[in-house]
Design a protein around this ligand. Structure first.
Ligand SMILES: Nc1ccn([C@@H]2O[C@H](COP(=O)(O)OP(=O)(O)OP(=O)(O)O)[C@@H](O)[C@H]2O)c(=O)n1
Ligand SMILES: C[C@](O)(CO)[C@H](O)COP(=O)(O)O
Length: 244
């Protein structure tokens, strides 16, 4: 991987920036008690629509590829037409794992895409500022993700007993979009999938190659809708942001 590392230091800032957003939306919403969380309403619109609108509004994003479940292809395609998302080029079927879903999307990105921004369909409140900072940082260094310092003290435990208290000053909660040079994330996810790695985010695939990932300023409002109470929190954050 020395080639990758070498290139990180020679990347040209003035290369044309074409960023494809891959929206991971092929999950099963198991922790949402069976309801498809991406189609639940936040305010007056589905969670997925909020996420797509933020990506559509970002000037650096030239194309959006949505990866969804087979039984959601038709409703998600209809939703894109209803909301007139002009940047959505494809709605495709994902895989059994997040890694498989994201790789399917990355493989469908337009040939000219220099960057890929992988975003959770379940993160409806991402701001333009978070998007802009992470995309520009990824252009400089090849891989970047937004993150926020953790607020709680975290414990490692086994069988209900604490085994360690990691130093909080070095801990961050990572968010999406996670943005990468296109060939880098394609290589990283392909390798991770071939090796059967179990990953909970896409930076991890790049880290496995020994390539550094830069962190940019995340936003505590950029929550992932995972369990039922997240929807209530999301509603409150959405209303609060609208009133600012
Ligand atoms: N095989 C998968 C699994 C997850 N995702 C997507 O990855 C994002 C983050 O995953 P998560 O919040 O875990 O969503 P789900 O997998 O749907 O939730 P759960 O684990 O509760 O089933 C979601 O937008 C989800 O749709 C995906 O595209 N393909
Ligand atoms: C990618 C992610 O949103 C970063 O915080 C998160 O890791 C997804 O995890 P999940 O297990 O799919 O909820």
């Amino acid at each position: 991987m020395a080639g990758w590392l070498g290139r990180l230091f020679h990347r040209k800032k003035d290369e044309p920036l074409r960023c494809t957003a891959v929206v991971a939306a092929a999950g099963s919403s198991a922790r949402m008690e069976g309801q498809d969380k991406l189609l639940l309403l936040l305010g007056e619109q589905p969670v997925l629509v909020h996420a797509l609108r933020a990506l559509e509004l970002c000037p650096y994003i030239t194309e959006i590829v949505i990866v969804t479940r087979e039984d959601r292809i038709v409703p998600v395609g209809q939703l894109c037409r209803d909301y007139a998302f002009s940047k959505v080029s494809k709605v495709i079927v994902g895989g059994d794992t997040r890694t498989a879903s994201v790789l399917a999307g990355v493989r469908e990105a337009e040939e000219g895409a220099s960057l890929i921004a992988v975003h959770d369909g379940a993160r409806p409140l991402v701001s333009q500022s978070v998007l802009e900072q992470v995309i520009l940082r990824a252009r400089e260094c090849g891989a970047a993700a937004p993150a926020v310092p953790v607020k709680d003290t975290l414990k490692q435990a086994r069988d209900g007993v604490v085994t360690a208290t990691p130093d909080r000053a070095s801990l961050y909660a990572v968010q999406t979009p996670q943005v990468f040079e296109a060939a880098l994330i394609r290589t990283a996810l392909t390798k991770a999938l071939e090796e059967g790695a179990s990953l909970t985010d896409d930076c991890s695939a790049v880290e496995r190659l020994g390539v550094g990932v830069a962190l940019t300023r995340g936003d505590y409002r950029n929550i992932k809708i995972t369990t039922p109470e997240d929807l209530a929190i999301g509603e409150a954050l959405f209303e609060w942001s609208e009133s600012q």
